[in-house]
Design a protein around this ligand. Structure first.
Ligand code: ZN
Length: 564
């Protein structure tokens, strides 16, 4: 551990395309000239080192930009990274293609695992030089979206606030304050509708164009390949949607009615959504430093190496969770594979979501740390539905320690978190279904897309009522859902992962140690297997198997009252 430098000492040289090209040619030649498996594997290891250093550079560049979106040097570095990343990906793909076509593939698969080859097969189809121009333009538009949203400032209650700071008031215990804060937010979105529409028009057209260039019928097909889904497809997701409509929507309608009773109101309006009882949203006690201190105690007690790991992240400066102007919104975990460490980014705003986002991102971070020794760079992170199992499960596995953050309000926190997790299932499914409609109908106008969103809301979120909030009431809520712009088709992954995380939650209530052991073992595997195999090995039922979704949600729901 002493060999890990502090974050501020971490550097990564921007790779020169020609130099990477020369190194890749040399690695290819070494592979071809090798006389046995050991020689071929040595070439694979040399490639893996190169990939790790490129991905460390990319992660640092993107993190710096997110830490200060207004810094011109960081902007420039990110633009350069976006400009050459597609070409770097294409060079890596050339080598992957060599491995896929190698007469020694069977022997390599035995040593490296079949999953890498399945993933590379997706990459071979989905990432090709023909669409480089589209990818560069898409990255530029995505950065424009990020900068636009980060630039939003609001005058509220005599303060100048960015969106994460304003969103603190979305869960205020005063109903009028919640409404006013939401109104301000949606006025801002409404004022930027033209730009948000234009960005999405362009993104949709470019993604559709890329799909056709690569021989896919639409961007849905290409999107699935880019998500590297190797053991399920459109049909399974479609069947899951049916289960959500049949089993989860009625149950969530009931939860929302119960929420109205708990709040003593006739109807849960959009601005009440985050409040689950009459006392309002529970808030963590103490400032940033106090919360980090509580987190250290919690991880120490949780065991299984989490305490030492978190201590390392603190001493090495691998956390940036304070909100400030110019910092990109949201929370994420990234990693620097050369150094073998992750980094957690968030925007604390004094609400319960600080704890939720923090435990979530720490789950990603713990997985990245646990599997840092994997041989193949493609195994450092699993595909995203598997990744989200690590993060969402930790949100629930840390439940017994919530007194440290919320004191007497810990039960109210657990109840609110569990209820909002269950309510997330239809929302997540709606976001995913919407994207299918968008990319199956790439010619749709902006107004038609608003109608599509209203259609999925009626199906999955029939209780939603935006009152007179501008924009949202017209079907524009999706324009604030970052993933729809930046990470197409990522959203169902949260639903799939949540069904797994809820299973860990239920198991932990009866046998905590067994659940923790399986959780840690799952993290240690990283991405060495596809989703359904990881799920099976962790002793969980597949979210696609008929009945799993309903049974899991019913069991979790039965603990809702206990959580209060
Ligand atoms: Zn996540």
């Amino acid at each position: 551990m002493s060999t890990i430098p502090a974050f501020h000492e971490m550097t990564a040289q921007a790779p020169a395309l020609e130099a990477v090209n020369a190194e890749m040619q040399a690695i290819g030649a070494e592979f071809d000239a090798a006389v046995d498996d050991e020689g071929r594997l040595a070439a694979v290891d040399r490639w893996a080192r190169l990939e790790r250093s490129i991905s460390t550079w990319g992660a640092l560049v993107h993190l710096h930009f997110n830490q200060d979106t207004r810094n011109p040097d960081y902007q420039k570095a990110r633009e350069e990274c976006d400009r050459i990343s597609p070409a770097l990906g294409n060079l890596a793909n050339e080598f992957k293609r060599k491995l896929l076509r190698s007469p020694h593939r069977a022997a390599l698969e035995r040593r490296l695992g079949t999953q890498a080859f399945a993933l590379w097969h997706c990459d071979e189809r989905a990432l090709r030089p023909e669409t480089e121009a589209e990818e560069i333009r898409i990255a530029g538009l995505c950065a424009e979206y990020t900068e636009l949203v980060a630039s939003a400032t609001f005058e509220f209650k005599g303060e100048r606030l960015n969106l994460p700071a304003l969103s603190k008031y979305f869960s205020d215990s005063e109903r009028g304050t919640r409404y006013d804060a939401q109104k301000l937010r949606w006025q801002w979105v409404s004022a930027h509708r033209e730009r948000l529409d234009r960005l999405f028009d362009e993104l949709t057209a470019l993604r559709d164009q890329a799909a056709h260039k690569l021989g896919c019928q639409d961007f849905v097909e290409l999107g699935y390949l880019r998500m590297r889904r190797v053991d399920y497809g459109r049909r399974e997701v479609e069947a899951l949607r049916q289960q959500v409509v049949g089993e989860i929507v009625p149950l969530c309608s009931e939860l929302v009615e119960r929420q109205a009773r708990a709040l003593g109101i006739d109807k849960v309006m959009y601005w009440d959504g985050e409040i689950h009882d009459a006392l309002g949203s529970p808030r963590p006690r103490g400032d940033h430093d106090a919360l980090i201190g509580c987190a250290q105690e919690m991880f120490d007690e949780l065991g299984h190496g989490l305490g030492d790991f978190f201590g390392m992240m603190r001493t090495k400066g691998l956390l940036d969770v304070k909100s400030r102007e110019g910092k990109a919104m949201g929370g994420f975990c990234t990693a620097f594979p050369t150094y073998g460490v992750p980094f957690v980014f968030a925007n604390f705003n004094g609400t319960k979501s600080d704890v939720e986002i923090f435990t979530h991102e720490m789950g990603h971070a713990f997985q990245a740390w646990s599997s840092r020794e994997v041989r193949i760079p493609d195994y450092l992170w699993p595909t995203s539905e598997s990744s989200e199992v690590h993060s969402m499960s930790l949100e629930f596995l840390t439940f017994p320690w919530m007194e440290k953050f919320f004191g007497d309000d810990a039960d109210r926190f657990r109840h609110a978190h569990l209820a909002s997790s269950l309510l997330f299932i239809p929302y997540g499914t709606a976001v995913d279904h919407f994207q299918h409609l968008v990319y199956e109908n790439p010619q749709a106008t902006a107004a038609q897309r608003f109608e599509m969103w209203r259609e999925v809301e009626r199906r999955y979120l029939p209780w939603r009522d935006y009152g007179d909030l501008p924009h949202a009431a017209d079907g524009g809520l999706w324009q604030t859902q970052m993933h729809i712009y930046l990470h197409p088709f990522y959203y169902i992954d949260y639903v799939l992962a949540l069904v797994c995380a809820l299973q860990f939650f239920v198991r932990a209530t009866s046998d905590r140690e067994a659940a923790m052991r399986d959780y840690v073992a799952l993290c240690t595997r990283g991405g060495a297997a596809p989703f359904l195999e990881l799920v099976r090995a962790a002793g969980l039922a597949s979210p696609f198997a008929p009945g799993t979704l309903g049974a899991t949600v019913r069991k979790a729901r039965a603990r809702l009252d206990g959580a209060r």
